[in-house]
Ligand binder design. Structure first.
Ligand code: WQD
Length: 344
């Protein structure tokens, strides 16, 4: 039996989850994944093993079922920390199917929190999102920026989840939590063995962009060029998924090993740089030498005009900083798209 600290990663075969499992294994943790494979597939485990030389334990299961989770904690004793990625995350779909989002995202979290004291689990890292800030009044934004009314059930589940964690800890629950508010995760592992695997037509910019560059889509539509920004397109804080994954390892170590840290801490995870949609397309073309056929269309309902982070708190308190340049991120995203084409 190893004396490695054991971590449960829910949603661990997903995009950010799988990259985080790689970093946890490489940092010397043991990992148990539970995933219902609703938005990922099992062969991600092969990619993780090829990269790290170690295969995480895997349980196919639904975290909204309390007995499934109780059995997991019973069968895998000694789990000290949880990283909770398991959630539905498509903004548009959440508007069409709000109950699916509230049931899946909130019941998952409530079940995990409920079982933690019973099984001696010390802390939970929660995957939140900058979407809780809505359209900021000023940019860049730090963690004190006001939480705005959610613009989608998906965003609302992130806000409510943060409140559930806060209230549960305030009630005296013997656990700690670190809430990580992601900006826009993009890219893929440099090995090109794991990456983003969107089901169907991608909602997000970068997978749609790389599929267009690969000729799988006719052209990319830039949703709006009349925003109040230098080039008229929206601005985001695109953070490399490997930088993001590393932040989870740092957060877990701080939560489990850190002395006299607060029971609940919140961090913005971004680069601190605002990049527009058009600038991202240019960065991709410059970095890869591959053109992206694109047109300028209407704005997309619900889009925020501009949002990017002040990452100072994560830099100073966590000792973590996003380091991967956007051009390298674009090359990795393209290498992953090419790997997918070879796999077909
Ligand atoms: C980015 C920009 C689009 C596609 C959402 C969620 C967030 C998180 C990440 C889950 C926008 C533009 C996009 C396209 C385009 N989700 N765009 N053409 O909306 O910032 O964030 O995904 O964790 O919580 O809110 O990301 O990649 O969809 O869009 O012009 O084909 O790219 O208008 O300005 P978004 P995105």
């Amino acid at each position: 039996m190893t004396d490695r600290t054991k971590i449960l990663v829910t949603g661990g075969t997903g995009y950010i989850g799988s990259h985080t499992v790689v970093e946890l294994l490489e940092a010397g943790y043991d990992v148990v994944i539970i995933d219902n494979l609703s938005n990922s597939n099992r062969d991600v485990l092969d990619g993780i093993e090829k990269i790290t030389g170690r295969r995480p334990e895997f349980v196919e299961g639904d975290c909204t079922d309390l007995s499934t989770l109780r059995n997991l904690f019973t069968n895998y004793p000694g789990i000290k920390g949880i990283i909770n990625f398991a959630a539905s995350k498509a903004v548009g779909e959440s508007v069409e199917k709000p109950l699916l989002y509230y049931r899946n995202n909130l019941n998952t979290l409530i079940n995990l929190l409920d079982l933690m004291p019973e099984f001696g689990v010390k802390g939970i890292v929660f995957s939140s999102s900058c979407t809780v800030y809505g359209e900021p009044d000023v940019n860049p934004i730090d963690e004190t920026a006001p939480i705005k009314p959610a613009t989608s059930p998906y965003g609302n589940t992130k806000q409510i989840s943060e409140e559930i964690i806060t209230d549960y800890i305030a009630s005296g629950a013997p656990i700690k939590s670190i809430i990580l508010r992601y900006f826009n995760p993009v890219g893929a592992h440099p090995s090109a063995l794991i990456g983003e695997l969107p089901n169907g037509v991608p909602n997000n910019l970068v997978p749609y962009l790389t599929q267009t560059a690969a000729g799988l889509r006719k052209e990319l539509t830039v949703f709006g060029r009349d925003y109040n920004t230098p080039d008229g397109s929206c601005i985001r804080d695109f953070i490399d998924v490997v930088d993001l994954a590393k932040a989870h390892v740092v957060a877990m170590r701080r939560m489990l090993d850190g002395q006299d840290t607060d029971a609940i801490e919140i961090f913005n995870l971004g680069t601190g740089r605002g990049v527009s949609v058009i600038e991202l397309i240019d960065a991709f073309e410059k970095a890869t030498g591959v053109k992206v056929p694109h047109r300028f269309g209407e704005r997309r309902a619900g889009d925020i005009e501009k949002i990017w982070a002040v990452p100072a708190k994560a830099n100073e308190v966590l000792g973590w900083k996003a380091e991967i340049p956007i051009e390298e991120t674009m090359r990795n995203a393209w290498a992953w798209q090419c790997h997918l084409a070879e796999k077909k």
